[in-house]
Write a protein of this length. Structure first.
Length: 386
């Protein structure tokens, strides 16, 4: 089936089958939009896919997502596991890696750097900001899609040309912390008797995203003018009255720290199983520097203290996991509204007191690129798999 489809697509003047089958694509978000994107990628013959999502299948997903079943919802199955299984069923040649986690903290920059393109199927500004930051640092283009009701948009961001953070502006950057996951949006709209989105709009915007991703994969044809990218524009679709338009959506401020390219990158044998002590020792040798400092993307919290009575409670978690641990703690439950002070580390060096911890335990993801400050400047060090 895939073989026959690929033969058909070769009739397109710009289609290069070898380029498509060799391409590596990451899809962030496995909701309605992500399902449609993954379906189209598989049908086009993409064989190397990474999917990222931190959510489970719910009954509300079933009317909008082609890959989920009622059993998935009953079992509250991880979305990444369900879509990976269905993609392999469509084409056994597809290699699918599922990452159950948050794009902000759980996806290593080295893995992003190995991609040809990243496709965002997320529902909030913060997730888009996180994708953009990773892609700009890695030098990888990404495609964004958004849907709501019968409306949808698609955009393309390329390092050196268009940056999502630059397009937000000062006011937009202030609003980044406001997050509502798709499940929350769906439940809110269902309570009001409305549909948050439809499978039709997901199909339309998902198809546009894949079309733009394929253009980015065919970079020679794109550079030669055989194809025109959406980069610098925003495609807008409105289904209620069936209108489409493209508007200028381009900004790239040379002083923006978000799209700083992390290079050159030095590869090492370090993994997330390496201890802090082992890592610092290898960095000293590799970088010929006695005082390397690892800059953490997320802080590491060793204890929290009650502002009321000064009582300390050991945590030993990355910052992103602290709130959940506090909520499970028998005496700290409900103490999240400024009642606690947390003691944290944002850099790791010889003074870090927990040298026996692994990089995974301090919150560094697999295939990450470490930003290391030395007496000679900043170095970027890529880790491998476990």
């Amino acid at each position: 089936m895939i073989e026959e489809s690929s033969d058909v697509f070769t009739q397109l003047s710009w289609f290069r089958r070898d380029r498509v089958t060799a391409a590596r694509v990451m899809v962030v978000g496995c909701g309605a939009l992500g399902n449609e994107v993954l379906k189209c990628l598989a049908q086009f013959g993409i064989q190397h896919i990474v999917v990222v999502d931190f959510d489970h299948v719910e009954p509300a997903n079933l009317t909008r997502s082609v890959f989920y079943t009622i059993d998935d919802a009953i079992d509250s199955r991880k979305k990444v596991d369900a879509v990976a299984e269905r993609l392999r069923a469509m084409n056994p040649d597809i290699e699918v890696k599922g990452i159950f986690g948050d794009i902000t903290y759980d996806v290593g920059l080295g893995l992003v750097k190995s991609m040809d393109v990243v496709i965002g199927c997320v529902d909030n500004q913060w997730a888009r900001y996180a994708i953009n930051r990773l892609c700009m640092r890695a030098g990888v283009p990404w495609v964004d899609g958004g849907i709501d009701g019968l409306e949808g948009t698609a955009r393309v961001f390329r390092p050196g040309e268009n940056c999502y953070a630059c397009n937000l502006g000062p006011e937009g950057l202030k609003d980044l912390q406001r997050r509502m996951p798709c499940a929350g949006i769906i439940r809110r709209n269902e309570a009001a008797g409305r549909a948050a989105t439809t499978p039709i709009i997901a199909s339309i915007i998902g198809a546009v995203e894949v079309q733009e991703a394929l253009k980015l994969i065919h970079r020679e044809q794109l550079a030669a003018g055989e194809l025109t990218s959406l980069c610098g524009k925003m495609f807008c679709y409105e289904g209620q009255h069936l209108t489409t338009r493209s508007v200028i959506f381009k900004a790239y401020d040379d002083d923006c720290p978000v799209h700083e390219l992390w290079e050159p990158v030095v590869k090492t044998t370090l993994t997330t199983a390496s201890t802090v002590a082992e890592t610092l020792q290898q960095l000293r040798t590799l970088l010929a520097d006695d005082k390397p400092q690892i800059c953490l993307n997320d802080c590491f919290v060793d204890w929290v203290e009650s502002r009321a009575d000064g009582q300390q409670t050991q945590v030993m978690k990355p910052g992103r996991d602290v709130a959940e641990q506090i909520e499970r703690h028998p005496t700290l439950q409900g103490a999240l509204q400024g009642a606690l002070y947390q003691h944290e580390y944002r850099v790791i060096d010889d003074s870090f007191p927990y040298q026996e911890l692994t990089l995974a335990q301090v919150g560094i993801p697999v295939w990450d690129i470490l930003q290391v400050t030395t007496t000679k400047g900043i170095a970027y060090v890529e880790m491998g798999d476990v």
